[in-house]
Design a protein around this ligand. Sequence first.
Ligand code: PBG
Length: 330
Amino acid sequence: MTVGRFPATRLRRNRRDDWTRRLVAETRLSVDDLIWPVFVAPGSGQTVEVASMPGVERISLDRLAAYVAPATALGIPMVALFPATPSELKDAEGTEAINPENLICQAARLLKREFPGLGLMGDVALDLYTTHGHDGVLRDGYVHNDDSVAVLVRQALAQAEAGIDVVGPSDMMDGRIGAIRTALDAAGMIDTRIMSYAAKYASTFYGPYREAVQSARLNGDKKTYQMDPANSQEALREVEQDLAEGADMVMVKPGMPYLDIVRRVHERFGIPTFAYQVSGEYAMIAAASDRGWLDRRRAMLESLLAFKRAGASGMLTYFALEAAQALRDD
Ligand code: PBG
């Protein structure tokens, strides 16, 4: 029997021509897969290049609608808002996070008015609002789980009231999904979705993001709440728990170094699973391309397609606008 064996079987036959390659392609990247994280600054007249993320900018509120317009025109389903909170508004408890007039709430109201059909995602965590840069509140130098959850719930409510459609708890406290779901339902916001940052690792690849949002210099590290990069069984437990508590979608973060986790979550649960191609992943591709070591467009598209192949429903990527343009022009 030579069936399935060389030379009767030549796997290169299907790769020979563009038309067969297109016919047998198993996965495809589309604009519908893209979530665009956008950095928002207060005030007006500001477009600031993020030095560690060439091609990414921080945009003041007055320019936000014009900045986001091309994304909606290209059909990007959702943007994720990350506010650069001025340091004078930060404190140890992250109080500004629950202010209904804070930057993200203002941005959400503005974008909802301007683009009612665009999905808006909000980051629920305290690191953008605290003087110590942690995602929760400190008690005796330790990030206190339940006290943090109490603030996160109020933060999620404020965002949802301002028009955020999908709250994205990125804090990794235990029990926050259930607490947020209960509070949203009690407030009548039964359709506000939760995309849980379910398997979020204590990663060095978040480095450039801290410059982008101008977060306070982190006191220590986040290893007591974010996951150990050594673990993958534990990621399944995190996802299982968040689903049981009411998460509508889950996320694996970072992306490319954790494709095995995306695959396992997708196979085990078969639920909407997203990957976050984080700032450091973007920076690697951008920096290598700037040096002429990588073809930016092709590296971008290949890295995004890999998420789909791994089983992701879609991905947060700083390349979203550029990728949508490239897909349109293809
Ligand atoms: C905050 C948060 C972080 C990122 C998204 N939300 C940083 C962190 O957890 O330290 C990182 C995003 C990126 O690197 O692109 N909880």
